[in-house]
Design a protein around this ligand. Structure first.
Ligand code: NAD
Length: 336
C-alpha cells in the first residue's frame, strides 16, 4: 500500500490554525487531512473554548493592571429571580468566572414571586453602588415582571448585557456602546476565522433582540452585506445558500442542513438545544446539523465549545470596559 506522508503539512497547518485560535478538525492525525471537502478545501473547527480561555487570561491581566495602576477592582452584580435551572447554571458560571478573573462578584437571588417594584428597587440600589460597575439581570424573568422595564432601569453605563434601549440605539447608529455579549463573541470568532469581513454576504437566521438583531448591526459595521432571515422567510435553504457567512440563532435543534451551506462558507452556530441521544441520555446540539454542515463549510463552530464559552468571556470584558468608562480611564493594555 502506498502511503503519502502528510505529517509536515499537517503540523504546519495545525500550528498556523492554532495561532489563529482555530482548531483544525483534522488536527489530531495527519491522515485526517484527507478529509477534504468536495471543492478540495478543508473544514476547520472554530474553537471557541480555546479562544475564550485566551480572552479570559487577557481579562485577568487587565484586572491586575487596573488594580496596580488605579487601585480599582471591577465589580459585576448578577441578579437571578426564580428557580429556572438553566439560569441557575449560567449565574453560577458567571459568578465563578468573575471571581477567577480577579473581579468582585455580587450575586442576588430573589424568589420566584418577587414583584416588579421589588426588583426595580434592587436594580436602583445596584445603580447607586460604586463598587458595582456592571449589572446583569438574568433572563427570562417570571411572568409578573416586565423585562423591558427592568432592562431599562439598569444604568446604561453599567449595562454589561447591552440590552438597554440606549445601548441598542447607539449600536444601531454605529457609535460607542456596550455590545451584547453573545453577538460580540460571534464577531470575535468570525474575525479570527475570516479576517476582514468587508463585502461578505452574511445570512443571519433569527431576529431576536438578544442575538439576531445585534449581530446584524455588528456585521453591518464590518461592511458585510446582511440578510436577516426568520420564521416567516420564504425558502430559507436558498437564502442560506447565498451566504459567505451563516449565523444560526434559531433555537431549533439541527435545523440548518449541509445542503443549505455554500461550499467553503463560515458557519457560526449560536443555538444551544438540549435533546435526547440514541440511548436516551441528554446532550447539547446547536441549530446546525453539524455532521452534514461540517462536510461543506470552510469553517464551523461546534456545539458545545463554540459560541457558548465566548458569552461569559465577553461579559467580563464588558465589565472592564464599563469600569473604565465610569472612571474615565484608558482601557488596560491587555484588552485594548
Ligand atoms: P429567540 O427564540 O428569541 O429567537 C429565535 C429566532 O429564530 C426568532 O427571531 C424566529 O423568527 C427565528 N425562527 C424560529 N423558528 C424559525 C424557523 N423555523 N425558521 C427560521 N427562523 C426561525 O431565540 P434567541 O434568544 O435569539 O436564541 C436563539 C438560539 O441561540 C437558542 O438556541 C438559544 O439557546 C441560543 N443562545 C445561545 C447563547 C450563547 O451563549 N451561545 C446566547 C443566547 C441564545
Amino acid at each position: 500500500m502506498h502511503c503519502l506522508d502528510f505529517s509536515p503539512y499537517a503540523e504546519n497547518l495545525k500550528s498556523h490554525l492554532e495561532t489563529r485560535g482555530i482548531q483544525s478538525q483534522m488536527s489530531m492525525h495527519p491522515f485526517d487531512l484527507i478529509n477534504r471537502q468536495p471543492d478540495n478545501t478543508m473544514s476547520t473547527v472554530i474553537d471557541g473554548k480555546a479562544f475564550a480561555e485566551t480572552l479570559r487570561s487577557r481579562i485577568k491581566k487587565a484586572v491586575s493592571e487596573l488594580q496596580a495602576k488605579h487601585d480599582i477592582v471591577p465589580g459585576l452584580a448578577v441578579v437571578l429571580v426564580g428557580e429556572n435551572s438553566a439560569s441557575q447554571i449560567y449565574v453560577r458560571s458567571k459568578a465563578r468566572q468573575t471571581a477567577e478573573a480577579g473581579m468582585q462578584s455580587f450575586e442576588h437571588r430573589l424568589p420566584e414571586n418577587t414583584s416588579e417594584s421589588e426588583l426595580v428597587q434592587l436594580v436602583e440600589e445596584l445603580n447607586r453602588n460604586p463598587q458595582v460597575n456592571g449589572i446583569l439581570v438574568q433572563l427570562p424573568l417570571p411572568a409578573q415582571i416586565n423585562s423591558e422595564r427592568i432592562i431599562n432601569t439598569v444604568n446604561v453605563n453599567k449595562d454589561v448585557d447591552g440590552f438597554h434601549v440606549e445601548s441598542t440605539g447607539r449600536l444601531s447608529i454605529g457609535i460607542d456602546s456596550l455590545v451584547p455579549c453573545t453577538p460580540a463573541g460571534c464577531l470575535m470568532l468570525l474575525k479570527q476565522a475570516v479576517g476582514d469581513l468587508t463585502g461578505q454576504h452574511a445570512v443571519i437566521i433569527g431576529r431576536s433582540n438578544i442575538v439576531g438583531k445585534p449581530v446584524a448591526q455588528l456585521l453591518l459595521k464590518e461592511h458585510c452585506t446582511v440578510t436577516i432571515a426568520h420564521s416567516r422567510t420564504r425558502d430559507l435553504p436558498s437564502a442560506c445558500r447565498q451566504a459567505d457567512i451563516v449565523i444560526a440563532a434559531v433555537g431549533v435543534p439541527e435545523m440548518v442542513k449541509g445542503d443549505w451551506i455554500k461550499p467553503g462558507a463560515t458557519v457560526i452556530d449560536v443555538g444551544i438545544n438540549r435533546v435526547a441521544d440514541n440511548s436516551g441520555k441528554s446532550k447539547l446540539v446547536g441549530d446546525v446539523d453539524y455532521a452534514s454542515a461540517s462536510e461543506v463549510a470552510g469553517a464551523i463552530t461546534p456545539v458545545p465549545g463554540g459560541v457558548g464559552p465566548m458569552t461569559i468571556a465577553c461579559l467580563l470584558q464588558n465589565t472592564i470596559i464599563a469600569t473604565c468608562r465610569q472612571r474615565q480611564i484608558k482601557l488596560p493594555e491587555a484588552i485594548s
